[in-house]
Design a protein around this ligand. Structure first.
Ligand SMILES: [Cu+2]
Length: 67
């Protein structure tokens, strides 16, 4: 299993975090997503078939590109 923190400047409120949680949780292999508007970051736990590339691509697709 892998864990990574993604810094996402576009996060402005709790709704952004909820939207990101919902989208990333739907990716096969993603096991948990946690984040906060204060840190503008989310911590993602995943295993295969998810990958950093898949997660970054999804974040870009939903307009929350990771820095
Ligand atoms: Cu928001």
């Amino acid at each position: 299993m892998a864990r990574q923190t993604f810094n996402i400047p576009n996060i402005s409120c709790g709704h952004c975090v909820m939207a990101i949680k919902n989208e990333l949780s739907a990716i096969p292999g993603v096991q948990s997503v946690d984040g906060s508007p204060e840190t503008k970051a989310v911590v993602v736990d995943w295993a295969t078939p998810a990958s950093e590339e898949v997660i970054r691509a999804k974040l870009q697709e939903i307009n929350y590109t990771a820095a």
